[in-house]
Design a protein around this ligand. Sequence first.
Ligand SMILES: Nc1nc2c(c(=O)[nH]1)N[C@H]1C(S)=C(S)[C@@H](COP(=O)(O)OP(=O)(O)OC[C@H]3O[C@@H](n4cnc5c(=O)[nH]c(N)nc54)[C@H](O)[C@@H]3O)O[C@H]1N2
Ligand SMILES: Nc1nc2c(c(=O)[nH]1)N[C@H]1C(S)=C(S)[C@@H](COP(=O)(O)OP(=O)(O)OC[C@H]3O[C@@H](n4cnc5c(=O)[nH]c(N)nc54)[C@H](O)[C@@H]3O)O[C@H]1N2
Ligand code: SF4
Ligand SMILES: [Mo]
Length: 748
Amino acid sequence: MGDWKKTACILCELNCGIEVLAQDGEIKKVRGDKAHPASKGYVCQKASRLNHYHTGRDRVTSPLRRTKDGDFEEISWDTAITEIASKLGAVKDQYGGDKIFYYGGGGQGNHLPGAYSRATLAAFGAKYKSTAIAQEKTGEIFVNSLMLGNGTRGDFEHSEVSIFIGKNPWQSHGIPRARVLLREIHKDSKRKMIVIDPRVSETAELADYHLAVKPGTDAWLIAALLGALVQQDGIDQDWVRENTVGLDEIMPFIASIPVAEFAEISGIELETIKEVSRVIANADSVAVFEDLGVQMNRHSTLVSYLEKLIWALTGNFGKKGAQFVPTQMGPVATFKVTPQLKSPVVGAPIISGLVPCNVISEEILTDHPDRYRAMIIESGNPVHSVADSKRMREALRSLECVVVIDIAMTETAREADYILPTANQFEKAEATFFNFEFPENYFHLRHPVFDPPANVLPEPEIHARLVEAAGVLPEGLVDKLRSRQKFGRLAFGAAFQKAMRSAPGLMNLAPVILYRTIGETLPAGLKSASVLWGSANFALAKFGEGVKRAVKPGISLTPNEVVFDKILNSPSGFVFSKDDYEESFDRIRTADGKINLVIPTLLDELESLKQGYQALTNDEFPLVLAAGERRSFTANTIYRNPEWRRKDLEGALRINQADASALGLATGDKAQLVTHAGSAKVVVEVSERMPQGNVSLPNGQGIAYPTDNGESKVTGTSTNELTGTHLRDFIAGTPWHKHVPARLEAIG
Ligand SMILES: Nc1nc2c(c(=O)[nH]1)N[C@H]1C(S)=C(S)[C@@H](COP(=O)(O)OP(=O)(O)OC[C@H]3O[C@@H](n4cnc5c(=O)[nH]c(N)nc54)[C@H](O)[C@@H]3O)O[C@H]1N2
Ligand SMILES: Nc1nc2c(c(=O)[nH]1)N[C@H]1C(S)=C(S)[C@@H](COP(=O)(O)OP(=O)(O)OC[C@H]3O[C@@H](n4cnc5c(=O)[nH]c(N)nc54)[C@H](O)[C@@H]3O)O[C@H]1N2
Ligand code: SF4
Ligand SMILES: [Mo]
């Protein structure tokens, strides 16, 4: 009859706990897991279709090697690992290991590959890497690094005022039980919601204040809000003097903001801006979430800065309902700016260790001696997801060796020299590190639900084999550590720490060493969790008190073992830290432990806003295309079978009635969408949500998928066939995907 098994949804970073009815190797039903500490039984409409992920027809089930004519042939794992190690080794010997570029390491639901890949990178001397985070969050990370030396999130569960800037949690979530929470806030007359979005998003419909900003002018709007805040005495002077540095330095910049003029540029009434800034100033608590609408847009890093100045100047940090610094099980990002760290060819700033996605193809398609020569791509689909797919394809084909580790024949896999197939997220132990709850945070190690196909391997095994083939593990080390395990994990831990100290750089291989040692002692199916023994150490070292409060130390076990045991034995996830709101103050990592308000380059950029707004649109490209809207039926490229969508099969281009009428277009018509970078056929949907001049395409479409008779069919429009790499932020290099100049032509 099948069994209900606990796991998590893998379609967005929340990874709601779910139970699936597993029968005949398929997911027959999905329901929320009430025992999950954050989602508490909540799921959205996307999760019920997870069988489409699990049973995808374009699954890769054997290692594949590219043939001369561009096809793929099946090869054995031994051949694959030997040849890849030899090719990467050759690149390392001839040009240096730093010419091997790594992309990915995790999607919405899986972050263990990233943890293990560290060992492979070290084994081959690879240094440069990137992930999708370098096309969304690196601007915000840059600002957080300079202001706090740490990351921040908002406590929307308790905030009196919730602000969403370029964020539509109704569809995209990002906060647990988003729809329940948004409705609660909407109904509660004491709580206020402010949404900044040019479009009437589902979230905007629930807002007390919907500021329908003119696309791309958020910097002016938020500057105006700040200006109005100062003019109306909205700054919490005492708090700011006590907890921040630099107020006197930034004050002239803010006091001189021409609020009325900036309001006009942003398209929002001056009176509304004044009122909203009063609401913020008078609130007991304010939480803010900025996302892709501004992070993939003009002046994105500046917007992140201005957004943070709003909550910092009103004292909304380190208290209930405000911003906080999360407790974590592992380092998701690094918050230290090292200006001398630059990408080798373009010289783009490396933020949080990541090369901006938008420069990758430029770093390859050049005769520069430092260009990348090989690439490992794992759990990412950059041909589809990075700006300018054409150039990304060309870049991959020009490399000496491209290795793709994925479950499916993706747009990126098609350009690979080797495809290494891996167990999917219901066939292995997996975990996510994107848990940011506060004051109680949780962690969830999922147990496998199904057996994987016979000839695929989980990523940790692939990395272990690559590291072994590279011949970098010290002779006898693994055997020696294994022999210590019979004396218990405490003895093992001591021997392991000692070994790690014995040779510089050995720590980088630790994930694979743990996998080959502790891994062999773990319950069936949980071998991939080995690296989490290290994560438990990390959490205790960094957040010891909070972790010990949540996970009571046992009598005979060390705290580390208690935490690790909890990880292994909590199939619904568990609360691993309990903190006080005030603890966020201790996590400020600036030199003086206070929030730094001054970022000179961004103050200069703020000043430059006074020169006015320069539109990118013109007669040739009169529309602003938002390329990649999250909708009810989008989930990056995790679902590849288009049939998972109950509605909007083609992923329609949404357009305002007036714009559509001017072109003689109606819902259901086909049209040609043209940008600087390319053109594509789209299906049009006239939508009251869209403002005039703005059109919007969903993300994750335009995927090739085999039909019943085996032919490959593309459904919908892939946004990055239309984007170029040069529209990007001058600091973080993040793309302006939400602001692509475009024109639409009716097809006669
Ligand atoms: N359903 C679904 N949910 C998802 C995903 C998915 O694929 N599908 N993907 C997940 C991922 S990877 C991410 S990063 C998040 C992203 O989550 P979000 O950032 O919330 O998603 P988007 O729809 O890309 O953008 C949010 C809003 O930005 C608005 N916007 C466009 N232009 C502008 C502008 O000029 N100014 C402002 N202020 N707003 C603008 C859009 O109208 C849109 O409502 O979603 C996650 N959740
Ligand atoms: N124009 C435009 N471009 C965008 C965006 C946009 O809004 N507009 N959004 C951007 C954002 S925010 C993001 S996050 C990215 C997302 O884009 P990517 O980071 O490229 O990720 P996904 O589409 O989520 O694809 C994840 C890959 O992992 C594979 N996979 C699934 N399960 C497993 C597994 O268990 N192991 C391995 N090894 N692989 C697995 C899938 O088959 C897929 O190839 O797209 C970005 N690109
Ligand atoms: S909110 Fe995200 S994780 Fe939760 S069910 Fe929906 S898509 Fe899945
Ligand atoms: Mo994302």
